[in-house]
Design a protein around this ligand. Structure first.
Ligand SMILES: C[S@@+](CC[C@H](N)C(=O)[O-])C[C@H]1O[C@@H](n2cnc3c(N)ncnc32)[C@H](O)[C@@H]1O
Length: 254
């Protein structure tokens, strides 16, 4: 995935709010051993580690670019590792498996959540936040552009399909996996952006990275231009623009 930390961090404060809401759902306990999946730059992992007073925290991410500055954040009890969530395994279980805005990049959530449950110690907690904004024009427009020629051929027919399930499917899944307590919710975050054009800057740091990875630099530039054009047509040139963003937050305990 071609992640660009600087682009992602352009909306750092807006993106930190769901993280803080997720942390607030966790039941704090002394001496937790924590795993942060898709930790990105590690800045929020450190905030999580400090706010919980965790015994030990490991942040993992598959992107070398995102992890670049994470070494500087390490302490005796906070570590980072470059690793794929799909293949991650551990000798010792965790008291908290945490993931903010990362699991929506992985397929087959029933199987993924079964594997995450296996990483937990008895009584362990799972805390996950994922975007679920496919119904917004910002996301629909990307699919429309991907289906237009020449992009359709350049992407070999690919367009991003979210693996995120409806909130109630997670409630059922957590129940089936044996979690005794659970809280699953859908929240709408509203962001007042300077203009509709800022939506492009927002999705460049997240959704569109999937297309930038699959297209040549030149084709991606053309894709971005067409996306900008179509989105402006769809949402208009409003100033300010109120960007709504649906996110699923959940916390469950074994
Ligand atoms: C939107 S960023 C979120 C980063 C961080 N959790 C935060 O809240 O700022 C998503 C992160 O998930 C990572 N990621 C996506 N798929 C992954 C995978 N299969 N294994 C490990 N990391 C992955 C990306 O590299 C990226 O750093």
């Amino acid at each position: 995935m071609s992640w660009q930390p600087a682009q992602y961090e352009r909306f750092k404060e807006e993106r930190a709010q769901p993280f803080r809401d997720l942390v607030a759902l966790i039941r704090p306990e002394p001496g937790l051993r924590v795993l942060d999946l898709g930790c990105g730059t590690g800045a929020l992992t450190r905030e999580l580690h400090d706010s919980l007073g965790a015994r030990e925290t490991l942040g993992i991410d598959s992107s070398a670019e995102m992890l670049e500055g994470s070494k500087a954040l390490e302490t005796a009890t906070l570590h980072f590792q470059r690793c794929d969530i799909e293949t991650f395994g551990a000798d010792e279980p965790f008291d908290l498996v945490f993931s903010n805005a990362a699991l929506h990049w992985l397929p087959d959530h029933p199987d993924l959540f079964r594997r995450l449950r296996a990483l937990l110690a008895p009584g362990g907690q799972l805390a996950v936040q994922m975007p679920s904004n496919e119904s917004h024009l910002s996301h629909g427009t990307a699919v429309e552009v991907a289906e237009e020629e020449p992009f359709r051929s350049e992407l070999s027919g690919y367009h991003r399909q979210s693996s995120v399930l409806p909130p109630e499917a997670y409630a059922e899944l957590l129940y089936d996996l044996g979690f005794r307590q659970q809280h699953v919710e859908l929240r709408i975050y509203g962001h007042e952006l300077e203009s509709g054009a800022d939506v492009v800057e927002w999705v460049k740091g997240s959704l569109l990275t999937d297309y930038s990875r699959r297209l040549s630099p030149d084709a991606y530039d053309r894709f971005l231009e067409r996306y900008r054009q179509r989105l402006a047509g769809a949402i208009g040139e409003r100033r300010p623009y109120f960007y709504t963003y649906r996110r699923i937050l959940m916390r469950a305990r074994l």
